[in-house]
Write a protein that binds this ligand. Sequence first.
Ligand SMILES: CC(C)(COP(=O)(O)OP(=O)(O)OC[C@H]1O[C@@H](n2cnc3c(N)ncnc32)[C@H](O)[C@@H]1OP(=O)(O)O)[C@@H](O)C(=O)NCCC(=O)NCCS
Length: 177
Amino acid sequence: MLTLETRRLLLRPYMSADADFVLDLYSRMEVQRYIGNPPKLMQNRSEALALIEAWHRRDDGTCGIWAVQDKGAGKLAGTLLLKPIPASGPERQPSGDIEIGWHFHPGSWGKGYASEAAAAVLQHAFDAGLPRVVAVTNPANSASMRVCEKIGLQHHGPTDRYYNTVCEFFTADAPRA
Ligand SMILES: CC(C)(COP(=O)(O)OP(=O)(O)OC[C@H]1O[C@@H](n2cnc3c(N)ncnc32)[C@H](O)[C@@H]1OP(=O)(O)O)[C@@H](O)C(=O)NCCC(=O)NCCS
């Protein structure tokens, strides 16, 4: 997986040594509230280790799951995701679209970290040749919709085409060469 760097952040693969952070992040209702249908809180460190393993299997050189680290403090701040998004339907088949997503620790909210990391992953997606990236948010998730706007995604209103639920739908197309 390509390591990415921004002014304040390092985006790198998750390691098993990050399991305590992953558990802390995904066991919080304020983080999981708008993720999943219904939201599910992580219960223990084994689940965190299994998730880190599963994330490694998603790395195809373009798509992947990055641990976002504050370069100054050396602390982890959250997760950036670039991955195939499942279509609505009983089988949750791949839709053919690639989604970008972000999950940050409340201790790191409000510093512009999600937008800074997401802009770097969006640029990476286009540099790797993806023609289009989508994002979906819970309609009540104003902070996440604002991140979409800040990184230049176009808002298309609600859609039910993914995840068997109604989400706000955003897209970005690769800049023309
Ligand atoms: C969404 C999330 C990643 C934002 O993280 P962040 O690091 O605070 O994001 P940023 O600081 O880059 O930008 C957040 C923007 O939303 C705004 N914002 C925050 N809370 C808001 C709210 N309740 N209503 C409206 N805007 C809000 C901030 O002011 C900021 O915009 P600004 O820079 O114009 O002031 C973070 O809240 C999170 O991890 N939430 C839990 C997981 C989640 O829901 N992920 C998204 C799933 S689709």
